[in-house]
Ligand binder design. Structure first.
Ligand SMILES: *Cc1c(COP(=O)(O)O)cnc(C)c1O
Length: 370
């Protein structure tokens, strides 16, 4: 039996990529906002229906830089979720800010707005929610709270590329949104990412921050780092963008096949189908209730591994419990996130995953049922 990995990057045909990078051998212009960079930026502004897209060499530095661009007070507190990838929390901490962890909604796995206000203090300056698995946060609820308390909102939209809510692009919520174009994401530029926003005054700052703070031939306005997207990354993005609709359609077929096997199985909770949301089918999480299903998440993961099938404890552990934070945070204060993180498994999902593969995966899972 072939092994099935949890993910596999979408790639254009070899010839298509070679054709796309050919001009680079004429121009010898490999990075620093060249023609490929400019083209991809323009295409993304159109696709994501947002006035400004600033491209980055990865999503993490995009998030770090957009938080830096807000120029928040040095000991400021940022309300965020512990049920996310390391990047979200680290971007806050690496800006010298203090993460304050808010619990999640047990159905959508996104930040629960009803739990935000009790966490607000006079040091709170921003909210960084995550559209986990491409599920859209309660953007209206979060906006109302942010407006009431004069807080900035930056969305980690790493999972939500191409997602729409009530016809509005996921790039358009909050003060800004970060996307990741990492190899494992729905749309990739090998490594890559972007910040999307409406406010024109952000453009100058973000362009400078990703390029050593340089703002003109003789002007260095910030002590910025280097987070520029190269021409080869942008070329990969230009190619992958041509096939995005097909890639999402393939993912959709796989997701529907998973649902046909697992929907309604007692003791397995699936990702919600959110009202008003056009999905990108980024992930397929399943949450196991041992008392009903008869097997734990870890037992299911082991059974899959024995059959050559990869799955990922995504997200476990909670970021608030990482060793690097030396027990500074109490995971019992986010009990729903803690509970879900101990029971969740994301199953293989990628463009080329066949329905036969999905059948094989689901059989192994259902054989675990007692
Ligand atoms: C992938 C990811 C990131 C970071 O993006 P990179 O492009 O890998 O740096 C941030 N947040 C979440 C939730 C992610 O899944």
């Amino acid at each position: 039996m072939n092994s099935i990995l949890v993910t596999r990057s979408s790639m254009p045909d070899y010839e298509e990529y070679c054709e796309e990078i050919k001009d680079l051998w004429d121009s010898h212009w490999l990075t620093n906002m060249g023609v490929k960079h400019q083209q991809l930026q323009k295409e993304l502004e159109e696709l994501l229906d947002v006035p400004h897209v600033i491209l980055y060499t990865n999503g993490h530095l995009a998030l770090e830089n957009v938080i830096a661009a807000l120029d928040l007070p040095k000991d400021g507190e940022v309300i965020t979720t512990p049920f996310t990838f390391a990047s979200t929390t680290h971007a806050i901490v690496r800006n010298g800010l203090k993460p304050v962890f808010c619990d999640i909604d047990p159905i959508s796995f996104t930040m629960d707005p009803a739990k935000i206000e009790s966490l607000i203090t006079d040091k709170t300056c921003a909210i960084v929610p995550v559209h986990v698995y491409g599920n859209i946060c309660d953007v209206d609820g979060i906006r109302q709270i942010a407006d009431r308390h004069n807080l900035k909102v930056i969305y980690d939209a790493a999972h939500a590329f191409g997602v729409k809510y009530k016809g509005i692009s996921a790039a358009c919520f909050g003060d800004a949104s970060m996307f990741s174009f990492h190899a494992t994401k729905v749309f990739n530029t090998i490594e890559g990412g972007a910040v999307c926003f409406h406010d024109d005054s952000f453009v100058r700052t973000l362009n400078a921050l990703k390029n050593f703070g340089i703002n003109g031939p003789d002007e260095v306005e910030y002590a910025g780092g280097n987070a520029k997207m190269s021409e080869f990354q942008a070329a990969m993005g230009i190619c992958n963008l041509r096939h995005l609709d097909d890639a999402i359609e393939c993912r959709k077929k796989a997701v529907e096949r998973y649902r046909s096997h697992l929907e309604g199985v007692a003791g397995i909770q699936l990702n919600p189908i959110q009202k008003g949301v056009t999905s990108n089918y980024a992930y397929f999480p399943a949450v196991f209730d041992e008392t009903v299903f008869g097997a734990t998440r870890n037992e299911v993961m082991d059974a899959l591994a024995q059959n050559g099938i990869g799955a990922r404890k995504y997200f476990y552990p909670l970021t608030s419990t990482f060793a690097c934070f030396n027990n500074a945070y109490d995971a019992s204060e986010t009990p729903i996130a803690l509970n879900i993180s101990r029971r969740v498994l994301t199953l293989p999902l990628y463009e080329e995953l066949s329905t036969d593969d999905v059948d094989r995966i689901c059989k192994v899972i259902l054989d675990c049922k007692k």
